[in-house]
Design a protein around this ligand. Structure first.
Ligand SMILES: [Cu+2]
Length: 667
């Protein structure tokens, strides 16, 4: 096997010097390990060297292409590691996909992505600089109508590029963003306090021009900033007294180990890597050596706003596929974002940043993954027995969890994603929303204002002259379960009322279970269902097939007509069960941006593959309908959503029975 460095040298001799200088990384140890800087650059140089891409191409993404599952599962430490990358790039206003074999310096024939399959997600190089807008007469005219004319005032205009969704409008035939402008005077943290409302600029990202400025009428800017730094809050509203110190200490160190990218804690072992689009990817999860989850990752985010205004209707963001959850992840602060005992990991992703020296920038993202243990302050299990004898009996064990956390800033919002492992064999995945509601400038200052009824039809007044329109947040997660091995079966349980039972009772509830045979029957809603994946070839001591149940704690219905979310068709059902396909990683497909079709899960299940005794992937959507409120501003307190995978007949008894009494238990 060639090293990636040799590939680079082979691809383009001279330019490779740049690469050599940055080759300071540890060698790849496992097929699931993330791409290194040399591999990211190597993939780009292979494309350039082969003439598939020309200088100036925008390498939208260069991500690890995992080896086939057999290869990964058959891998032993020290074996040669096969490396490949999936590359999406933009060349001469066209988008292409190819797979680069980093071992041999070859590539698959680049596939043109037609507009009917959508656009690539945005790149930093395309949205970095909007100075061209300030040369556009219509743009300047609309600002001038709002009293923004002098160079100093124009320098305060912040242009935010918003993805346009897909509504069959003429401008959508081009690669565009719709820009919302904000006026920024001295704001440091809340840049969204003064929306320049009624004005929208449609920009062509290829031609770097404003193609249309829409003006639905001038509204005065809100007078007040909405900063939330300690000094501003202290001056405006006052601060409560400071807390006395609270410290979390682990005097003998953490109970988990990190070897390469593998984490081991209690009986769990898993691989962690970080990717540009999904952020943290958890792979090869085993409990006590038994396979549970081959891979779990965030598979899409969809955030449709619920305001039909000409400047708001299109705001139906696909935060992962259009922007990149990993790319926009931010450093974690010890003692605040994560406990002071957390271990922070750095990551590296490909970024199309403007840099004349390299075709793509391997962008280091410091401290974006936090791993820590958490004493939850609740028991894992307990029983108090009053009637045990002369004195009551008590037996219980303290609950400790292991958390893997990432936080991304997607525009005004901040999203936490936690993968939480517990001692009872369960994995809980939590998303929490914080950050700033996207606000809209209005005339009203209170509900007593004459315009208030009109202004608050689709949202709440969160400050003087500011309404936060209602919206939803949907998160889809891809769960490639391998319960005790690859061949699994999905069982759908329904709780039903059974009448005509013997004795005085008129009814009881019972569980009706059936096997889901094919993909089109594996499209499921969140009623009184039990979703279970079993291994039909394995049983526990009681004779049950070993299994895991998936339970949603945060289901949300679409509440819109299908035409308004066609490209996010995954939200129409709470759960989709598909047969494993390495090319299916994202719930709305690879290119949801401006996608006019119904990509992703609705397309994946078209071939209606069999699901019995097969390699299954579960796709769960959790969501939150955000009815905005005054407390959301100027910054939103954490709003949590979650789902959980829990063992069902996987073990012969409570797996946490073997917990020792904790040394921190008080007498
Ligand atoms: Cu929200």
């Amino acid at each position: 096997m060639l090293t990636s460095m040799q590939c680079v040298v082979r691809a383009v001799g001279a330019v490779a010097i740049v690469v050599t200088m940055s080759n300071t990384h540890a060698v790849v140890q496992h097929p699931m390990d993330p791409l290194e800087d040399t591999e990211i650059l190597g993939a780009a140089f292979i494309l350039l060297g082969a003439g598939a891409a020309q200088p100036g191409a925008i390498f939208q993404s260069i991500d690890l292409r995992e080896p086939p599952k057999d290869v990964v599962l058959g891998f032993h430490p020290g074996d040669p590691v096969t490396r490949a990358a999936t590359v999406y790039y933009r060349q001469n206003k066209k988008s292409y996909k190819t797979i680069v074999d980093l071992d041999h310096g070859t590539l698959s024939p680049p596939q043109l992505i037609p507009k009917s399959d959508g656009q690539l997600g945005l790149t930093i190089t395309e949205v970095f600089d909007f100075t061209f807008a300030f040369q556009d007469p219509a743009f300047l005219h609309a600002l001038a109508l709002r009293g923004i004319t002098t160079p100093a005032q124009l320098a305060n205009v912040l242009v935010t590029p918003l993805t346009p969704g897909s509504f069959g409008l003429p401008e959508e035939s081009r690669r565009i963003v719709k820009a919302q402008m904000y006026y920024r005077e001295n704001q440091a943290i809340n840049l969204y306090a003064k929306p320049i409302e009624g004005m929208q600029a449609i920009m062509d990202l290829d031609d770097r021009v404003v193609i249309q400025v829409q003006d639905t009428g001038v509204l005065p800017l809100p007078a007040q900033t909405q900063e939330f730094d300690e000094t501003t809050v202290s001056t405006r509203y006052g601060l409560r007294p400071a807390l006395k110190p609270i410290h979390i200490t682990q005097p003998q160190g953490a109970n988990f180990t990190l070897t390469g990218n593998f984490v081991e804690w209690q009986k769990w072992k898993f691989h962690v890597r970080f990717e540009r689009r999904p952020g943290t990817v958890i792979s090869l999860v085993t409990y006590d050596g038994r396979p549970v989850l081959y891979q779990g990752s965030l598979a899409e985010i969809f955030v449709p706003y619920q305001d039909p205004d000409a400047n708001w209707f299109y705001r139906t963001y696909m935060d992962e596929g259009e922007f990149g959850f990993g790319l926009l992840s931010s450093p974690l602060k010890l003692g605040l974002d994560v406990p002071e005992t957390a271990v922070l990991l750095d990551a590296l992703v490909s970024a199309a940043l403007p840099d004349p020296s390299v075709p793509v920038v391997p962008l280091p993202l410091p401290q974006v993954v936090g791993i820590f243990e958490r004493l939850t302050g609740t028991p894992a299990w307990r029983h108090f027995e009053l009637f045990a004898g002369p004195t009551p009996a008590y037996e219980g064990r303290a609950d400790v969890e292991l958390v893997v956390r990432t936080i991304a800033q997607l525009g005004n919002y901040d999203y936490l994603v936690d993968w939480i492992f517990n001692q009872s064999g369960a994995i809980r995945t939590e998303v929490a929303l914080t950050g700033i509601d996207a606000p809209k400038t209005v005339r009203s200052t209170t509900l007593a204002s004459p315009t208030a009824a009109q202004d608050t039809r689709f949202g709440a007044l969160v400050g003087p002259n500011l309404v936060a329109p209602n919206h939803s947040h949907f998160f889809n997660f891809r769960l490639d379960l391998d319960i005790d091995g690859r061949n699994n079966t999905f069982m759908l349980g329904k709780l039903k009322t059974k009448e005509g039972v013997p004795g005085p009772r008129k009814s009881v509830w019972v569980v009706d279970e059936k096997r889901i045979e094919r993909e089109r029957d594996g499209v499921l809603d969140a009623d009184e269902s039990l979703w279970k994946v079993i291994n039909p070839n394995r049983t526990n001591a009681r004779g049950y097939n070993t299994g895991y149940q998936l339970e949603s704690h945060s289901h949300a219905e679409p509440l819109m007509k299908k035409a308004d979310f066609a490209r996010a068709g995954f939200i129409e059902h709470a759960l989709w069960v598909t047969r494993y396909d390495p090319d299916q990683r994202f719930a709305a497909g690879d290119t949801p941006n401006q996608n006019p079709g119904q990509p992703g899960l609705p397309a994946y299940v078209q071939d209606d593959q069999g699901l019995v005794n097969a390699d299954l992937v579960l796709w769960i959507t959790i969501g939150h309908h955000h009815v905005t409120a005054t407390e959301d501003f100027p910054v939103l307190s954490l709003e949590p959503l979650s789902f959980r995978l829990k063992p069902v007949n996987f073990f012969d008894r409570n797996p946490a029975l073997d917990l020792q009494r904790a040394p921190f238990e008080m007498p």
